[in-house]
Structures are given as structure tokens and as C-alpha cells.
Design a protein around this ligand. Structure first.
Ligand SMILES: [Zn+2]
Length: 498
């Protein structure tokens, strides 16, 4: 296979796969003239194409080559590439908005440079080093964000979504200031570990619709390392038993029943307690507040929202600083407006009391049938009980913020494989889970947060309902044991949990 043809295919937007060392090319159409298909909308689009075709098997081969190559060769490649690119960019500067376009000249100089390579092995090295040089160049996008020139950190391309790596402030604090050692992801031979600024995420997720939203916390909340010490999480958690709910149980089949909760017993009194407790939490000026699953009927969530609104108003009137960024007010079963479906839903609120996003649980809880069930659970002696909710809302919203990427989930969604893949692939840094489980710090939950700690250096924060032993969980990356307590209500800063 001649080098020119391989290079043309690396810039072909129809190409399915290339094995650079073996010289195999698979194009979408067998008659593809790869030369003609290098139409890219932007420099990012072209970069995504290279990442798409190089990541995987080629990148593994690249790492294999590195083990046997003279280090001076590596230096030669990177120096030559940097020189070529810097010369080019000094002549043709991309100004702040132009990363959305591509100059044909840029495409030309990269292609021509690659075509000077004498054999497949050196072409492989050369193209990976080109990817890294371009990735380094794209650090300008982070500067644009810092200087508020742009407010987007994900860029759709033909090959998938390119994500700008936001700084994960909590992870940086844990590793740079507290000097903890990150866990190693055994799947290391991936382009994502080689690049600093951009990551090409997979084009599709089978089960979910993924939205990225840039959430501006304001310049006063840009979070330096020292600020992270004082990043405070407010928890208000529960240990509800089955007797605390107003149940609805319906026949479904010979082997199963459906259930949902109409409400909470002694609701008026309960709402007063919870509202009062939220007020108390606010007095400690936390950054986040999390309440657990099946803890707050929607009208109580709205009441909490009103409390936040009042709090924000009081604080700003007195010119006092408000740390609050987001409130996850717990979830509950709720009928939709047409009384057609029930959702397990949480209304996420921002610091000034506005509704930011509705979070829907997307998977079903099951009560296993058991002859020993007593009380209300007697209905499930011979029948499994299925949570009667709709899973039709499959949105996963990822908030791109100055703290890193944030995702919010309800209970078992956290341990569902497809959702974990999304969290991993979309570089989520902080995950809040409103849970109701006897074991939020062990078993499946623990396995999942350890995995996300390895892969994303992710922080997992769980507010739990349904266990007397463990109510609040914070799992920091690189640390083997999660922080757990059984406090009904508390505010914890990151520095306090070491
Ligand atoms: Zn082609």
C-alpha cells in the first residue's frame, strides 16, 4: 500500500477503518476516491476525523512502536511537526471564532507533511504526533472559555462530539494539593490518555439522548485549588421504611404487581420539618444541597425551590455572598400533566431558585417476591413488585461548569451499564446520585464509583434514603474508602473528609 493512498484515506470522511501498519483501508464505498472526500467544516472536524481513524488498533500499534524506537526519533518527529505547524499558524492565525472553519492551507500542509514519510511505521508515528500537536494547539479554546469569548465546550463533528477537557477542580485538588495517587485504568492504550485538551466521544448512545449544557456559575465561582478545600456539600437524607409511604399496588400479571407511591404519611408535618431543615442547611452556605430518592413529593420540591428563591433574595439584598450552585431536592413519583404516565422525577434548582432541569429516573426498581414479607409488603409474598414508572424520558443532561462536568442521576440509573458508558465517554467529573438503597457504599454502587474513579477521576456524591447505617456518601478519586455518615442532616466541606 503506498503512503499517499494511506494519507488520503486518513483525511477521507467516508473511511470506516484504516490499519496503518498493515496498510489496510476500509472505506464506506469500495469505489471511494478518498482524495475527494476530505471536506471538513472546521479544523475540529478534521481533527475528529484523524482521532476517529487512529484511536483503537492504530493507537495500540503506536504504543508498541514507542517501546522499540530510538527516543531521538520521537524528538525529531515532534520537533519537525511543531515547527511546521507553528510556522503555518504564524502566517494563518485562526482568530477566536475561526476554529469553526478550516483553511485549505492547514489541511494541505498536514497532508503533505505526512506524505513525506518513507514507510508505514513512520507514518503511524507521524500522524499520532500530529494529533497531539493539534490537540495542544486547541488549548486556545480553554483560554477562550476562561476569557468568556466562547461559552461552549462540546463541538459536534461528523465523527462524533469533540469534548473540551474541562478542569476537574476537585480531582485537581485531590491529586495536586492533597498528593493522593490516582488509580490506574488498565485500559490505558487509548488516545484519551495521550491528549490533554480534546476527546472524541462516540457518536451514538444506544439508549440515551445526551445533552450538554454550559452552566455558568459566574466569575466569582471560578474555583482555584484553595477554594476547593471549602467546597461544601449539604446533605439532608432519610431512612424511610415501607410504612412511611402511601402505597398504590395494582395487579399486573400472575407473577407480578405494579406499585407506586401516592405520597408520604403525615405529609403536612413532614413537609414542615423538611423545609425547616433545608433552611438550616442554607445557613451554612453550602455549594450544593442533595436530598435522596423518594423523599420529596413534587409539591414539596416546589416549596424547597421557593425557600431557595427567598434565601437568594435575602442574601443579595444584604449584599452577602451566596455559595450555592445547585440544589437536587430529592425525587418522588409524580403523574404527568395529562395523568397518563408516572415518572420518578426531581426538579433541579440553581442558586437563585430557578428550575434548571427535570431529572427522570430511567430504570425500574423491583421488589423481589418473598414468603417472609410482612405488613404492606405482604402483597409481594407471591408476586414481584415493579415500580410503575415511565422510562420514556431518556435525556441525560451533562452540565459543563467551572468545576468540571456534572451529571445528576436517580438511584439505580447510576449502576446501569449504558449510563456508566455515557458518563465515562462524556468525561463526567462529578456525579450526584439521589438514592434509596440499603447499601450506597458497597456492592454494585461501590464497584461503579471505583470504576468511574479509575476512568474519569470522578467524584461521586450520594444522598441516600432507606438505610439507617449509611445516609451520605462522598467518594473521591484515588481514595480507597468512601466517606460515609448516617447523619440526617449535615454540611461537609471537601477538606473535612480526608
Ligand atoms: Zn475513502
Amino acid at each position: 500500500m503506498d503512503i499517499n493512498k494511506l494519507v488520503d484515506s486518513l483525511f477521507c470522511n467516508q473511511c470506516v477503518s484504516i490499519d496503518i501498519l498493515k496498510g489496510n483501508i476500509q472505506c464506506e464505498y469500495s469505489y471511494c476516491e478518498c482524495k475527494a472526500n476530505s471536506n471538513f467544516a472546521s479544523l475540529l472536524d478534521m481533527f475528529a476525523n484523524l482521532c476517529y481513524l487512529v484511536d483503537g488498533s492504530n493507537f495500540k500499534d503506536f504504543n508498541s512502536e514507542l517501546n522499540f524506537i530510538d527516543p531521538r526519533e520521537i524528538r525529531r518527529h515532534t520537533m519537525e511537526i511543531n515547527q511546521t505547524w507553528n510556522n503555518h499558524i504564524s502566517e494563518k492565525t485562526y482568530s477566536s471564532n475561526e476554529y469553526k472553519y478550516i483553511s485549505s492551507q492547514s489541511l494541505y500542509i498536514i497532508k503533505e507533511d505526512l506524505k513525506t514519510q518513507k514507510n508505514n511505521n513512520s507514518l503511524l508515528l507521524r500522524v499520532v504526533f500530529w494529533i497531539r500537536t493539534l490537540d495542544n494547539y486547541f488549548s486556545i479554546l480553554l483560554d477562550y472559555i476562561d476569557n468568556e469569548i466562547i461559552n461552549e465546550s462540546h463541538f459536534p463533528t461528523k465523527r462524533g462530539v469533540l469534548l473540551l477537557r474541562l478542569k476537574s477542580k476537585v480531582a485537581d485538588y485531590v491529586f495536586n494539593i492533597r498528593k493522593e495517587v490516582p488509580h490506574t485504568d488498565p485500559n490505558r492504550l487509548k488516545l484519551r490518555y495521550f491528549l490533554n485538551n480534546l476527546h472524541l466521544s462516540k457518536k451514538v448512545s444506544a439508549d440515551n439522548y445526551i445533552k450538554h449544557r454550559y452552566l455558568d456559575f459566574g466569575t466569582s465561582k471560578s474555583f482555584k485549588n484553595n477554594d476547593i478545600e471549602d467546597l461544601k456539600i449539604g446533605f439532608l437524607s432519610g431512612d424511610f421504611t415501607v410504612d412511611d409511604y402511601d402505597w398504590c399496588i395494582e395487579e399486573s400479571s400472575n407473577t407480578s404487581k405494579l406499585f407506586y407511591f401516592n405520597g408520604i404519611n403525615n405529609k403536612n408535618e413532614y413537609c414542615e420539618i423538611i423545609t425547616k431543615k433545608v433552611k438550616e442547611l442554607l445557613e451554612s452556605n453550602p455549594h450544593f444541597i442533595i436530598l435522596p430518592e423518594l423523599f420529596t413529593p413534587v409539591d414539596l420540591q416546589e416549596k424547597i425551590q421557593q425557600e431557595i428563591d427567598d434565601y437568594y433574595f435575602r442574601k443579595t439584598m444584604k449584599d452577602e455572598p451566596v455559595n450555592l450552585l445547585m440544589v437536587f431536592p430529592g425525587s418522588f413519583h409524580s403523574w404527568d400533566h395529562n395523568n397518563t404516565y408516572i415518572f420518578n422525577v426531581s426538579r433541579v434548582i440553581n442558586s437563585s431558585g430557578e428550575l434548571v432541569e427535570m431529572i427522570y429516573k430511567q430504570n425500574q426498581f423491583i421488589i423481589k417476591k418473598d414468603e417472609n414479607h410482612t405488613g404492606i409488603l405482604e402483597s409481594f409474598k407471591k408476586h414481584d413488585g415493579y415500580e410503575k414508572i415511565s422510562f420514556t424520558n431518556k435525556d441525560i443532561t451533562i452540565f459543563d461548569t467551572s468545576l468540571g462536568r456534572i451529571a445528576i442521576l436517580i438511584c439505580i440509573d447510576f449502576i446501569i451499564d449504558e449510563i456508566a458508558e455515557v458518563l465515562e465517554d462524556r468525561l463526567v467529573d462529578i456525579i450526584f446520585v439521589m438514592a434509596m438503597t440499603p447499601k450506597p457504599d458497597s456492592g454494585k454502587f461501590k464497584r461503579r464509583f471505583q470504576e468511574l474513579s479509575e476512568k474519569n477521576k470522578a467524584v461521586v456524591i450520594i444522598g441516600n434514603n432507606g438505610s439507617k447505617a449509611v445516609k451520605n456518601v462522598i467518594n473521591l478519586p484515588g481514595i480507597n474508602k468512601p466517606y460515609t455518615t448516617n447523619s440526617f442532616s449535615e454540611v461537609k466541606s471537601i477538606s473535612e473528609i480526608f
